[in-house]
Design a protein around this ligand. Sequence first.
Ligand code: ADP
Length: 238
Amino acid sequence: MMNLIDEGGKRLDGRSFDQLRPFSMQAGLLKSASGSAYIEQGGNKILVGVYGPRDSRSRYGTNQDKAVLRCRYHMLPFSTEERKSPQPSRREIEISKVIRDALEPALLLEEFPRSVIDIYIEVLQSDGGSRGASITAASIALADAGIPMKDLVSAVAVGKVNGHLVLDLSDTEDKEGEVDLPIAVMLNSGLITLMQMDGKLSEDEFRQAIDLAMAGAKELREAQRKALVQKYFKEVDS
Ligand code: ADP
């Protein structure tokens, strides 16, 4: 087992167990998307553009009662250590689906029948936990697009490394640790919209891991809110 925690109880990057990686978020940076966001979290650099709601042109895939939400999570060839093929991998197809499903419960899609909303996620650089950072950023981009939402969705992975529960796994902790547990939550209602677990936890550890994730999500949610407020005041100023 790789040593991921030092004698002082610090992680490889110097963080404590319950500490998020450094992060920053920005809303509304793209001119031609309906809404957009950029997030950095650890070494992740992720850009999200939302298009829509707009009228659905095709009969196939149109819903008479609500907007259809579509999502593409894509990693650029230079986003990983080894060049990634630009073709969508099975992993990217699966992650696109789980991200879509994590965001849908937050959106009032009934307000836009017969239309589509597209979320395009481009991972410029990845560093573990990219699905969580993508959800957090996509949520900002959807709000920036003016799509009515019940709440923002905030997401982060928790896990277990060298027997310790830790918040916001780095790429190395994700690969070398015992457990990876990404979680997305709508904090207002406490609704969990994504949870995937790799590895094993006792029930007690599981409860502690959820608490850790909730605390992390709360911090991220505050930054999501701030990014949106900042964008709004920029518009008022100009
Ligand atoms: P997440 O990014 O949500 O943690 P995974 O657990 O599948 O998703 O991936 C963990 C990390 O592994 C990614 O953030 C990325 O840095 C790296 N990775 C994923 N796919 C590839 C790939 N095809 N080639 C190289 N590295 C990859």
